[in-house]
Design a protein around this ligand. Structure first.
Ligand SMILES: Cc1cc2nc3c(=O)[nH]c(=O)nc-3n(C[C@H](O)[C@H](O)[C@H](O)COP(=O)(O)OP(=O)(O)OC[C@H]3O[C@@H](n4cnc5c(N)ncnc54)[C@H](O)[C@@H]3O)c2cc1C
Length: 389
């Protein structure tokens, strides 16, 4: 593993930081667990500005509207966007849908879908989970029945994050009910304005409003099929391995940890000595610093593997799982150190670090999205340690 960035990569980070410092004032930054509509729209505005600089899809090839660099530059971008708390948008399109279309899409699909993603003009959501299907995704039930030059979709999707902001859903549906479960699944892009698609609000504990999405005789043209019919499972799994460094998530938490460290040195909520004077608090902070550094290296290891042409698999699960658990360890430690103050929400004048501790604690409870902790342990055991299924 090479720990050094090149001169150009360091220059890119410096320019990016100057840009973010100038463009992202504190009041527009996202507080954990409290994304407002105004902040979300601001995040999209920043994405479009990044695109004008050629930075939003910096890791994509130039012919697809990207910056022609690679996973390291994309990692630098994600790390800094997370650290500067730029409200997140466009991540499914940039990290998952775009790469899938580059590999499996037709020329027409590349022309139609890639440029709007690279310009920050569209939002995607991901329709994989269903009311009866989560970890065992291969058992999904949404039907897509071929009818002439269309597919007719019936069924529903669950936990559709970003659905209310999205233009399109990237989804898996069953196209051959007779085939073995993973072999009868296909990948589609559905315009969410298509008649028959309905979104019901589904609030998450982290403050986000997701959806349950129902499909009632939804007709999609054949041109919405991505890749080969009945090969969707394999296409989707391949492309899930693309954007897996998790640097945005790491940096977003790291920022709160850094702010919390400073807060402990500067503040004495009970009017006595600063919190950091207490040996137990110092040791807790030191432990979590160790955890944060480990998490960072695990994320960069994934980006580095991608930049060397390797496909991280167990390594991505190691970084993701470690991150989920480290985020929870940090949130619980901060709650314990601050006591009742930690539960104050953003908007309260006494809320420490703008209410980020209260928000991150709720966010940290979420150990399910992008695969549960148990599923990541299974992947590490099977693909990392070679154990049988
Ligand atoms: C905040 C959030 C955002 C999400 N966003 C999206 C999204 O945008 N799009 C989308 O499609 N989905 C999304 N999901 C859904 C997510 O992918 C599922 O929650 C996840 O796959 C788990 O499925 P489940 O909730 O049905 O739990 P289940 O699969 O029913 O699991 C229940 C419990 O059993 C355990 N378990 C299951 N199978 C095994 C096994 N083989 N070995 C050991 N333990 C096992 C699990 O770890 C878990 O603890 C989101 C979920 C959350 C919480």
């Amino acid at each position: 593993m090479d720990f050094d960035f090149t001169v150009e990569q360091n220059r890119f980070r410096e320019e990016l930081r100057e840009f973010l410092k100038a463009e992202v004032p504190v009041e527009k930054q996202e507080v954990f667990g409290h994304l407002t509509e105004e902040q979300y729209q601001f995040g999209r505005h920043i994405n479009r500005k990044l695109a004008e600089q050629g930075w939003l899809a910096i890791g994509w090839p130039k012919e697809h509207g990207g910056g022609g660099k690679g996973p390291i530059e994309q990692g630098i971008l994600n790390e800094d966007l997370g650290y500067w708390r730029v409200p997140k948008s466009g991540s499914i399109g940039l990290g998952i849908v775009g790469p899938a279309i580059m590999v499996f899409g037709t020329e027409d699909q590349k022309d139609r879908y890639l440029s709007p993603i690279a310009k920050g003009e569209v939002e995607y959501c991901q329709g994989f989970s269903e009311p009866n299907v989560g970890s065992d995704l291969g058992s999904l039930e949404l039907q897509a029945e071929r009818d002439g030059d269309e597919y007719i979709l019936n069924g529903s999707k669950m936990f559709t994050s970003y659905a209310f902001h999205a233009d399109y859903m990237y989804l898996l549906a069953r196209t051959d009910p007779q085939a073995q479960k993973h072999r009868g699944i296909s990948l589609f892009i559905a315009d969410l304005k298509t008649p028959g698609i309905d979104l019901s609000p589904l609030p998450y504990i982290n403050g986000e409003m997701a959806a349950q999405t129902t499909f009632d005789n939804v007709r999609l043209p054949l041109s919405c099929l991505i890749g080969e019919e009945n090969r969707g499972w394999y296409h989707a799994m391949t492309t899930l391995d693309y954007e897996r460094s998790g640097l945005w998530r790491y940096a977003n938490v790291r920022r709160v940890f850094d702010d919390f460290s400073t807060f402990c040195q500067d503040s004495a909520p009970d009017g006595g000595q600063p919190l950091a004077d207490h040996p137990l608090v110092r040791h807790q902070l030191a432990r979590r610093r160790l955890g944060m550094e480990t998490w960072k290296l695990l994320c960069w290891n994934v980006a580095w593997m991608q930049s060397s042409g390797a496909v991280p698999n167990a390594e991505a699960s190691i970084a993701f799982l470690y991150g989920s658990e480290e985020r929870l360890r940090f949130a619980e430690m901060a709650m314990e150190v601050l006591g009742p103050y930690a539960t104050l929400k953003t908007g309260s004048p006494m809320a420490p670090i703008l209410g980020n501790i209260e928000g991150i604690h709720r966010e940290a409870m979420h150990l399910h999205g992008a695969g549960t902790t148990e599923i990541h342990r299974n992947i590490i055991a099977q693909r990392g340690l070679g154990m049988p299924r």
